[in-house]
Design a protein around this ligand. Structure first.
Ligand SMILES: NC(=O)C1=CN([C@@H]2O[C@H](COP(=O)(O)OP(=O)(O)OC[C@H]3O[C@@H](n4cnc5c(N)ncnc54)[C@H](O)[C@@H]3O)[C@@H](O)[C@H]2O)C=CC1
Ligand SMILES: CC(=O)C(=O)O
Length: 329
């Protein structure tokens, strides 16, 4: 039987081939799920070097996945477009501090990709990912089910990791979600965590004190900053998470994960559990939150809406300036 990459003849475009984009490409070579990975980056020397280096990793095992350089226009025709293009946090910076720079990059990306394949699924990785997912939906004109942010899928993996250590079980035996913003207002949905089918309070009796919960949430929320302070970026975790989401989509796996997508009743994009498949978000999975978690969700959405409002004004002011400059000739 031919390998999956050969059978599917699918392409994944990765915009931005810095630390995250190149790690994702490498992950897609090691676990082939598509026939072609197209890398796009305005730094042409870096782009060509990444393509050569990554291609060298494809020759020994004949993984079936080819890597090539492409343009934004090529990317716009891919089956899946992963957006890692943008500035990253320096030590001590927040994800939100990247907003203005990365929103401008996002806006220019959609101008360059147009006309975009109407069946493309967009996967946003660049930060602040929830806000960029919201604007990608507007700028691309794609149906909202086709625009997804990696959101708190990485935070949830980190949460499973630390709970696995505490409970001495494998991380994949734990169902635990961080929800809301991939950022400081995220929250742990403690009330729905299970190990196997056992609720967490039974699996870890006498452990779930407010101090325990607070230390776990703080660890999860601060994981990126701690790694960035020491090595300047995070790449392997998100490379793996993004590659998994690409697989759920291309193989129509119907996997349930917390990802960022438009929440009509909250007026923003943030992470809630969803069924992920070939058409993107197949459907939201309802989640039962307790009263504290409901308040945390509302507060998180309020914060995100305020940021969206400010960013919308900035984008509109830019457009007006552009029009004024054009009119001046
Ligand atoms: N959502 C998540 O969980 C995570 C998100 N990130 C975010 O991913 C983004 C990328 O991080 P790194 O790869 O470490 O940064 P990096 O600086 O190593 O790479 C970014 C690349 O984007 C390129 N780029 C800029 N404008 C572009 C355009 N118009 N088209 C195509 N490429 C363009 C740059 O030339 C650069 O090579 C950052 O915003 C970072 O915060 C990083 C880790 C986890
Ligand atoms: C950088 C980032 O967003 C993360 O590793 O969570």
């Amino acid at each position: 039987m031919a390998d999956p990459a050969h059978r599917l003849k699918t392409s994944i475009a990765i915009l931005g081939c810095g630390d995250v984009g190149s790690t994702l490409a490498y992950t897609l070579i090691l676990n082939p799920i598509c026939s072609e990975v197209i890398l796009v980056d305005p730094k042409t020397e870096l782009l060509n070097a990444q393509v050569r280096d990554l291609s060298d990793a494809t020759y020994r095992g004949n993984t079936g996945t080819k890597v090539r350089a492409g343009t934004h226009k090529d990317a716009g025709q891919a089956d899946l477009v992963v957006i890692t293009a943008g500035a990253k946090q320096k030590a001590g910076e927040s994800r939100l501090s990247l907003l203005s720079r990365n929103l401008h990059i996002l806006s220019s990306i959609f101008a360059s990709m147009s006309p975009i394949n109407p069946h493309t699924i967009l996967l946003l990785v660049a930060n602040p990912v929830d806000i960029l997912t919201y604007f990608a939906r507007k700028l691309s004109g794609l149906p909202e089910s086709q625009v997804i942010g990696t959101g708190t899928s990485l935070d949830s993996a980190r949460l499973r990791g630390i709970l696995a250590d505490k409970a001495d079980v494998a991380p994949n035996s734990i169902d635990a979600y961080v929800l809301g913003e991939h950022g400081d207002s995220q929250f742990v949905a403690w009330s729905s965590i299970t190990i196997g089918t056992t609720p967490l309070h039974l699996a870890l009796p006498n452990t779930l004190t407010p101090e325990f919960k607070s230390s776990i949430s703080t660890h999860t929320r601060g994981a990126a900053a701690a790694i960035i302070a020491a090595k300047g970026c995070t790449a392997y975790g998100i490379g793996n998470i993004a590659a998994s989401i690409c697989q759920y989509i291309l193989f129509d796996q119907r996997t349930v994960r917390p990802v960022s997508f438009y929440q009509p009743e909250l007026g923003c994009c943030l992470s809630m559990p969803a069924v992920i498949g070939r058409k993107g978000i197949i459907r939201a999975m309802p989640v039962e939150l307790d009263d504290t978690e409901k308040r945390e969700l509302e507060s998180c959405a309020r914060g995100l809406r305020a940021i969206i409002e400010g960013a919308t004004k900035e984008l509109n002011a830019d457009k007006e300036l552009e029009r004024a400059l054009e009119a001046e000739g």
